[in-house]
Write a protein that binds this ligand. Structure first.
Ligand SMILES: [Zn+2]
Length: 262
């Protein structure tokens, strides 16, 4: 059994590995980091758990550049956005407070275009912009503190405590309304970034064809509304209000280079 200390060290190590791999700021160790960033670092470490981030600078740089260019169009452009590829065959993507977005290698491999990747990133970016996870974690943390009659002091906000609070939300998932909001606003962001707003439908069509018992999608299916439900909701958007675009040759080439580097 792991001791409390070794769990803390592991968590810290995972957070540091994430920061190093994506070239971000090691805000966990930075006293000036905002509460949202501290919560995000702890959540990211918890999500990573025993998984590793991939050691592939070419693919990593591409994802980070693409993600940062899209996130830069949001009202929270000044967050320390970090996008990273998790070395896992699972089909999933995660957003952690403060600007951390992680996509599994398994999900990247089933995508067919930069537009589809931009759709996945836009959905996750909107979770961060709308503080979907952060607000739930903060509410839960407050409830835990009240339950345990603990003062809301800085000492209670250790990486370990935050990590435990965030693990619940990442295992259970957000409310459906938050997922639909990330879809709707993600599509608007996708269009703003010059990508095909229909690309999210393309991704959801792929997910809808994954069998219910497929272990690669177990966590995704447990934490998100069914792909067909999401497609139904998206169909309510007035698509005529969004520009349609076709992928440029440059986008096709660089996406293929990225995929073959994975
Ligand atoms: Zn989501």
């Amino acid at each position: 059994m792991k001791t409390g200390k070794s769990v803390r060290l592991l968590t810290l190590y995972a957070a540091m590995a994430l920061s190093l791999c994506v070239g971000g700021v090691a805000s966990a160790a930075n006293a000036a980091a905002s509460d949202e960033e501290k919560v995000g670092d702890a959540a990211a470490a918890k999500i990573l758990g025993s998984m590793k981030v991939i050691n592939n600078p070419t693919a990593q740089t591409y994802l980070n550049t693409l993600g940062a260019s899209i996130a830069g169009l949001t009202v929270r452009a000044n967050l320390a956005w970090r996008f990273t590829i998790v070395d896992s065959a699972d089909l999933n993507a995660f957003a952690a407070p403060g600007g951390i977005v992680m996509v599994t290698k398994g999900l990247l491999k089933i995508l067919d275009s930069e537009d589809e990747l931009a759709a996945v990133l836009s959905h996750e970016i909107m979770h961060v912009v709308r503080k979907h996870h952060y607000n739930v974690i903060v509410r839960q943390r407050l409830a835990d503190e009240l339950t345990q009659k603990m003062a809301a002091s800085e000492s209670n906000q250790s990486m370990n405590a935050l990590s435990n609070v965030s693990s619940v939300i990442y295992a259970r998932g957000l409310d459906k309304s938050a997922e639909f909001e990330a879809d709707f606003q993600g599509i608007q962001l996708l269009a703003k970034a010059g990508y095909d707003p229909a690309a999210l439908i393309g991704v959801l069509e792929k997910l809808s064809k994954i069998q219910a018992g497929d272990s690669r999608a177990e966590l995704l299916f447990a934490t998100h509304p069914a792909a067909l439900d999401r497609m139904d909701q998206i169909a309510r958007i007035n698509s005529e209000s969004l520009p349609s675009t076709s992928p440029s040759a440059l986008r096709k080439t660089r996406f293929q280079t990225f995929k073959s580097a994975l």
